[in-house]
Write a protein that binds this ligand. Structure first.
Ligand SMILES: [Zn+2]
Length: 416
């Protein structure tokens, strides 16, 4: 497990301890707010005096605020004014670099989209694509933040991303090879930028803002043009050596019909084997086959879902087949990790719950440890999943180390 700040064994003293206490208060408010200070003390294990001190420090940074209109009168003792995350206060920016296009956004401190936009960059080189995606960002942030402070910026992308180094180690579809993404964006924005793999960022957003069970353990499977995964245990998303965890593109999921007569071409993977998950179930394979069979005029999963919704049985058959393959991959990962939740980010299941049900049924049928189709769910953010993922590395840094992140990375020195 990798934790950028205060690694295991590091003594929490001075600024580190103050930030850890501030984080405990902020997390209690995130999870249970609006709530009274006395309850924050119980949840965080801090004294009421410490909670009040931390509250003042966090309020001064604009992260929390009182909600006097929610005060319950008539309770024994002095009524307590509940406190909550200030969702009208500072924001974070985010960028998701997808394969045909990039999505940028502003998120509030509960990870909700305040504004969003898109940039198309198909056909550009890796460096030119990053420049194209970064181009509109300064004006977008200045105009759409409407005077609210932007605390930081997150950028996420599929493939192998090393957050410590700030680089995209490898992304086949966008032809990126050791691309220094963080440095490029920090130059363009003049803001601290944190980068991560998009599947890990979505897992992190589930831990922060999604179902409580996701905090105990989750597997997240991203199935788009890129296919990758992330694992979170006890609230920590695993990265492993060189942050390489999550490459499930070559998970073997074919059996019988899938790699045989049922589309030999689609089954052949760039790695030389047959039956890999990405080669069978990725957007490129799915759309290529749909175009070849004359179901849709151009490669687009949205068009394929539309075709199925308007009664094209061939489109529906391709999408159900993909859903079964995804369910199979989910079953393999579930047998290894037995997570409480399996989150799948995939376009057709987001637009039509029937495909999510097919995935869940396949999981329950294939897994040796899980017979509950309901353990497989879509992302909590629904269709906003990509912009939310973009801003999540910045929000995760804020909730991990609020005083440091909200005061621009410098240590907080005014004795709160
Ligand atoms: Zn392969």
């Amino acid at each position: 497990m990798s934790m950028p700040f205060a690694g295991p064994g590091a003594p929490a003293v001075g600024d580190g301890r103050r930030d850890a206490n501030a984080a405990a208060v902020l997390r209690a408010v995130l999870d249970h707010g609006p709530l009274a200070r006395s309850r924050i003390a119980r949840l965080s294990g801090l004294s009421s005096a410490a909670v009040s001190r931390q509250y003042l420090g966090l309020a001064r940074l604009g992260l929390v605020r009182e909600r006097p209109e929610l005060t319950v009168a008539g309770a024994v003792g002095r009524p307590q004014v509940p406190v909550d995350i200030d969702t009208d206060g500072p924001l974070v920016g985010g960028l998701h670099l997808g394969v045909p296009l990039a999505t940028h956004c502003l998120l509030d401190l509960r990870g909700r989209v305040v504004a969003r936009g898109q940039t198309r960059y198909a056909g550009l080189s890796a460096e030119a694509a990053v420049r194209a995606a970064a181009g509109p960002l300064p004006a977008f942030l200045a105009e759409r933040a409407q005077g609210r402070r932007v605390l930081g910026f997150g950028a996420v992308i599929g493939g192998w991303v090393d957050p410590e180094e700030g680089s995209v180690v490898r992304h086949h579809q966008l032809r990126m090879d050791r691309l220094p993404l963080r440095a490029a964006l920090e130059r363009a924005l003049g803001l601290p930028v944190r980068v991560d793999n998009h599947a890990r960022a979505i897992a992190q957003s589930e831990i922060l803002f999604g179902r409580p069970a996701a905090r105990r353990s989750l597997v997240h499977l991203f199935v788009g043009n890129v296919v990758d995964a992330a694992v979170g245990i006890a609230g920590v998303v695993h990265r492993g050596p060189r942050s390489a965890a999550g490459d499930v593109a070559h998970l073997p999921v074919a059996d019988g019909g899938e790699s045989g007569g049922d589309g030999e071409d689609g089954a052949r993977c760039g790695c030389g084997r047959a039956g890999c998950l990405e080669a069978l179930a990725g957007d490129a394979a799915l759309c290529e086959r749909a175009v070849r069979e004359g179901i849709i005029p151009e490669p687009s999963v949205m068009l394929l879902v539309d075709a199925a919704a308007t009664g094209d049985r061939r489109a529906d058959r391709l999408l159900r087949r993909r859903a079964r393959l995804v369910g199979r991959a989910a079953a393999l990962l579930t047998d290894v990790l037995n997570p409480e939740v399996i989150v799948v980010t995939e376009t057709s299941s987001m637009l039509n719950a029937e495909y999510l049900a097919v995935m869940g049924a396949e999981l329950a049928e294939r897994s040796h440890v899980c017979d509950d189709p309901g353990r497989l769910v879509g992302p909590h953010a629904g269709p906003a999943v990509l912009p939310v993922a973009g801003g999540t590395p910045a929000l995760a840094a804020l909730y991990r180390s609020p005083l440091r992140a909200a005061s621009g990375g410098a240590s907080d020195s005014d004795g709160c």
